[in-house]
Ligand binder design. Sequence first.
Ligand code: G4F
Length: 353
Amino acid sequence: MPSKLALVFGATGQIGSYMVDSLLDDGFFVFGVNRRTSVNNTWRLKKALANKARFTLLNGDITDSGSILRVFKELSDCYYEENGPVQIYNFAASSHVAVSFNEPTSNIDVTLKGHLNLLEVCRDNPYNFPTLLFFANSSETFGSQVDSSGFQYDNTLRQPNSPYAVAKLAAHHLNRIYRDSYGMQIASGTLFNTESPRRGETFVTRKITKWFGELVANRGLIKSKLQLGNLDACRDWTHACDTVKAIRLMMARPKLEDFLVASGQTHSIAQLLEAAYQTAVDAVHIELPPLQDCYEINNGFLRPNEVKYLKGWPEKLYRYGWKPSITFKQLVREMVISDIFLAGGKDYIKCLN
Ligand code: G4F
């Protein structure tokens, strides 16, 4: 008889894949949902896919209710009442903020209407198994709002600055409405920026660490400069493993509620750039060019409207004993070293401790 059941939408993405790993480590029987694409996008699930006994990757699309229903049917065949409610995680989104300005309709279709489809299927679940639902909300929903203390709190006003953030905020409110109206168990976790070596290459952290990885593999010779946008914006970065621990903790509460996942610290993109550069310099035994020769500002990476400053205070998580285990410096180091390896520059690394 299988153990506890979990269903992860967005399983092939960064946080989704770490969530799958965490649930499998904890003995869950996990279904991941993957939207069919012409290119293989399952590299983050290498470990999970090797666990044929307890991990199944299903094709499905959150924008299509029929496909969600078919996933629920598969799940119902493995459901045993004594194992408790099925845990459902929704990480599926079109998560690139800048892209949402150019493709607002498709962003809202996936991020908002996709989640609404899931809420509706959970509400009228024809297979009757009880569910605990997690929604990955975003700190982008705060827009430019910051408390006078310099933090965003659970109750800080949310005033989105992008189509993506509008979609996330509307879905966040739908969660509250479905919880209050139908007694559904739903947690909406406002995630501040979440990073790791599995981060997509177009987000600023990974874009920077990948570029330094390639610089090292190229023995310090610059092929073309790193192109960046706004270096003054500040972000609150947490390692994806810590984010997943926080979400699991909140999903284990007897009554699900909304919460923030943040490190409580903020750094500018310029500080991130400097930290990644210094990490590379310290890690290798070849000479790297001065930082100012490595990058240039490209206005094409500026956004029509920017969120300038994010720093969250995860009050509820602190109360339940969570705090991040990986510092900003350790996170940057892990990403830079991983990217040096990936680019083929491991022979230039001095030592790994
Ligand atoms: O890495 P980013 O693209 O992440 P952003 O926009 O903060 O969004 C991420 O975090 C949100 C949670 O806070 C998630 F909801 C969202 O899905 C995503 O995971 O950009 C970070 C900052 C921005 O201020 C951006 O303007 O970096 C600045 N930036 C400067 N140069 C750049 C670049 N961002 C990108 N992607 N590429 C650049 O070249």
